[in-house]
Design a protein around this ligand. Structure first.
Ligand SMILES: Nc1nc2c(ncn2[C@@H]2O[C@H](COP(=O)(O)OP(=O)(O)OP(=O)(O)O)[C@@H](O)[C@H]2O)c(=O)[nH]1
Ligand SMILES: [Mg+2]
Ligand SMILES: [Zn+2]
Length: 364
């Protein structure tokens, strides 16, 4: 324990390695000599960041240079800290390269992606039996997760409320082939042990999903104590109520790091185009057989994708989801490019281009 942390904040028994620090971080940090200290962002308040360091935690601001560049550290980022004893303050002066970056489009804003969290190994897409279960929404989450580089796992919580949890899992499996689907009850603990393979020490897991699905309840269960506030109402209604309001990184008793997120209201897909290739691989493959390279698989002659639907090879619902995501992606890209001017007219033009770009991404 160094004097720095005991002076500046809370103490904990974890080393930098326990926080997920690797040799790559060491290499990136090696250019900093002297009064600099490495750390990992646990929480971002409005203008200050809680940063975990070796043996403790500190509260820090960010340097003017970072602020000017609009580089705001996200929860999960590894950062370089500088303690300024004269001013009595600690400042984040750099963000180390991110292994993965989990972002979503920002609906209604300038189209820039909003970083949800950084350096995530696994994303638990949390959904709940009952009101929340929605295959379309899960498809959107999957596209974002794939684009981030993190491995997605679908967690169906509140399985105690389902008459038949196995049927729920089957329903989800139809939209997400090859993704693990794990029904649990965070409230009773049933099935929670099946998450263990994804909770190895020093790996980072982020929880995402709608408000009220039980993300914080799961954190409390895995922490073994109530560290996060959860909703008190039993018949929880997911409209407009958010219990968790800031994202926060926790160190679980078993050594994994887990990020609790506020419920996501709207999932824009942002520039998650590469993720679409992983979410709809069979459609992109089929599209290579279409007569036109910018085929939208709507009315075009010689469309191999619609032919596959007609032949019963591709479920019609799959194609519909794909179209919906493509439309939205085109919309986001246009928003970023031209603001909202004349958007409706241009909406379809971009789609062929995106599809070709995705094809290229996939080939790499
Ligand atoms: N029946 C049942 N209820 C649960 C389970 N897990 C959580 N709940 C309840 O669901 C409600 C919402 O739980 P939270 O953990 O606050 O949900 P959240 O996903 O963190 O919500 P936000 O913080 O708003 O995003 C609470 O009343 C929990 O007690 C479960 O496995 N079964
Ligand atoms: Mg919560
Ligand atoms: Zn086609």
């Amino acid at each position: 324990m160094n004097q720095f942390t005991s002076r500046c904040g809370e103490e904990h028994p974890y080393t930098l390695e326990d926080l997920g620090w690797t040799d790559e971080h060491d290499a990136a940090f090696s250019k900093y000599a002297g009064p600099y200290l490495p750390g990992r962002v646990a929480c971002r308040q409005k203008t200050v960041w809680d940063v975990l360091v070796d043996g403790g935690s500190v509260t820090a601001g960010i340097s003017g240079a970072l602020r000017k560049l609009g580089r705001f550290p996200a929860v999960g980022d590894f950062v370089v800290l500088l303690h300024q004893p004269e001013a009595g303050t600690t400042v984040i002066v750099d963000i180390l390269p991110q292994k993965t970056c989990f972002a979503r489009g920002t609906p209604g804003r300038d189209g820039a992606d909003q970083v949800i969290a950084a350096n995530i190994d696994t994303v638990f897409i949390v959904t709940a039996a009952g009101h929340d279960l929605n295959a379309r929404r899960i498809e959107r989450y999957l596209a974002i997760a794939h684009a981030s580089g993190a491995r997605p796992v679908i967690v169906i919580n509140k399985s105690d409320l389902a008459d038949d949890p196995a049927t729920l899992a089957d329903e989800i499996a139809s939209v997400s082939p090859d993704i693990p689907i794990i029904p649990i009850s965070a409230a009773s603990g049933e099935g929670v042990d099946r998450l263990a393979p994804y909770l190895a020490p020093r790996t980072t897991v982020a929880l995402i999903g709608s408000s009220g699905v039980g993300k914080s309840t799961l954190i409390n269960r895995l922490m073994g104590s109530p560290v996060q506030e959860t909703s008190h109402t039993r018949d929880y209604d997911d409209k407009g109520r958010h219990t968790t309001t800031v994202r926060h990184l926790f160190i679980l008793a078993g050594g994994a790091l887990m990020i609790d997120n506020p419920g996501i209201r709207e999932v824009g897909i942002g520039t998650a185009s590469a993720g679409i290739a992983d979410t709809f691989p069979e459609i992109l493959e089929l599209a290579e057989g279409c007569r036109f390279s910018d085929c939208r698989h709507e009315e075009e002659p010689g469309c191999a994708v619609r032919a596959a639907v007609a032949a019963g090879i591709l479920p019609a619902a799959r194609l519909e989801s794909f179209r919906r995501l493509m439309r939205e992606l085109a919309f986001e890209e246009e928003k970023a490019e031209i603001g909202l001017v004349r958007l409706e007219k241009k909406r379809w033009k971009a789609i062929g281009k995106i599809q070709r770009d995705i094809g290229k991404t996939k080939e790499r």
